[in-house]
Design a protein around this ligand. Structure first.
Ligand SMILES: Cc1ncc(COP(=O)(O)O)c(C=O)c1O
Length: 402
């Protein structure tokens, strides 16, 4: 890679920027993962994660990407041939569905427009129709990273309850955990899938599943063969703070630091900060005269904003120009949205000035590319953030000093 001046702006919706505190923690000498000190670290992390998932149940941490955690959720709870309900909210929901197909599940895949989230009314109707309770799981992506649409998980839960259906609820929180409010126990989510490289502000390499008692009970009768992903072996070893195979030791040091940072700021403040940056971004997009991918205001994502370019304009060419001229990476359009959309990541270790730098890079890039966009987005965001900083707007919370 050639030298570029200043710090690279990594504004894709994950992997996100790793804070210096976490980078320093990652750089500690590798320890004996079977030694007594490691057990203390293991327990601290496994307990600390519960607060982030808002659960009292166990959180299982794998040395894997998020895709591994998707697989762990399936093979620990279901059997080949089981019927499951999934929703085409975007690229990642489509990939999870493809995995379910490959593993031999019978998937009811509700089509979607990639611009809105899961419709709770459809969940209720489909479950109410399933009188014999053949559907074993409802599997939802909370925040669709390919579109910037956040499904309303509390409402999905309420729809399942209204239908009186016993299916498990599995939720992918890969780009929402520690960025957008998620309440595992309150919403009676049975398996929450997540990973390290987004709101947790770590490099990629840790996959996670948080599991309810109901999911553990379902696992006892589940028919998929499993070994590496087996919850029971993990839980047995985790009791004393250890892992059944070599964990990603240095990532766990980083995770301890990231959990401390989230606790210092307070999760409520973390969510308010993400909401504030998302709102400022949307104001910029509207001032540019461009379209936000998400059509439903109640489903706007606070982790990222997907922006549509008008027909005939190549979003990847714009991204390439912004990278070359301003040393900033933006998210590419994925799947059906390839070339049509660019995504602004505003999650993780992020503050008002990071956002203003990001939006400035986009506005300059739009002008240089000759895109059909007006100036004024940066000014609109600045006005909103200034009002928020004065305390007249939302999300004025500050991270505790230190
Ligand atoms: C919502 C969502 N689910 C699943 C994945 C897959 O995770 P990974 O690439 O870590 O395997 C991603 C990756 O960005 C994602 O955003």
């Amino acid at each position: 890679m050639s030298h570029a001046e200043g710090r690279h702006f990594l504004q894709i919706p994950g992997p996100t920027n790793v804070p210096d505190r976490v980078l320093r923690a990652l750089a500690a000498p590798t320890a004996d993962h079977r030694g007594p000190g490691f057990a203390v670290l293991g327990r601290e992390i496994l307990d600390g994660l519960k607060a982030v998932f808002k659960t009292r149940g166990p959180v299982i941490v794998y040395p894997s990407s998020g895709t591994g955690a998707w697989e762990a959720a399936i093979v620990n709870t279901l059997s080949p041939g089981d019927r499951v309900l999934m929703f085409e909210t975007g690229h990642f929901a489509t990939l999870w569905k493809a995995m379910a197909d490959k593993l031999g599940l019978d998937v009811d895949f509700v089509p979607g427009d990639w611009r809105s989230g899961v419709d709770p009314a459809i969940v209720e109707a489909m479950l109410a129709e399933d009188k014999g309770h053949a559907i074993k799981a409802v599997m939802v992506v909370h925040n669709e990273t390919s579109t910037g649409v956040a499904s309303r998980i509390g409402e999905v839960r309420a729809a399942m309850d209204r239908a009186g259906h016993p299916a498990l609820l599995m939720v992918d929180t890969i780009s929402s955990l520690a960025s957008i409010d998620f309440r595992m126990d309150e919403w009676q989510v049975d398996v929450t899938v997540s990973c390290s490289q987004k709101g947790l502000m770590l490099p990629p390499g840790l996959g996670m599943t948080a599991v309810s008692d109901k999911a553990l009970a379902a696992g006892r009768g589940a028919g998929f063969a499993r070994s590496y992903w087996d919850w029971q072996e993990m839980l047995a070893a985790n009791k004393s703070g250890f892992f059944p195979y070599t964990p990603a030791t240095n990532l766990l040091y980083g995770l301890r630091e990231a959990l401390a940072m989230l606790q210092e700021e307070g999760l409520g403040n973390v969510f308010a900060r993400h909401d504030r940056h998302a709102e400022a971004t949307r104001r910029a997009v509207r001032a540019w005269g461009l379209e936000i991918v998400c059509r439903v205001p109640a489903e706007y994502s606070s982790s990222l904003t997907g922006v549509l370019l008008p027909e005939g304009h190549d979003a990847d060419a714009l991204r390439g120009l912004i990278l070359e001229r301003f040393n900033m990476s933006l998210g590419t359009g994925l799947g059906k949205l390839k070339g049509r959309v660019f995504r602004i990541g505003h999650l993780g270790d992020f503050n008002d000035l990071t956002l203003m730098g990001t939006l400035s890079g986009v506005e300059m890039g739009l002008a240089l590319a000759g895109a059909p966009a007006q100036a004024g987005g940066v000014a609109a965001a600045l006005e909103y953030l200034t009002a928020a900083a004065r305390g007249t707007g939302a999300g004025t919370a500050r991270r505790a000093a230190g």
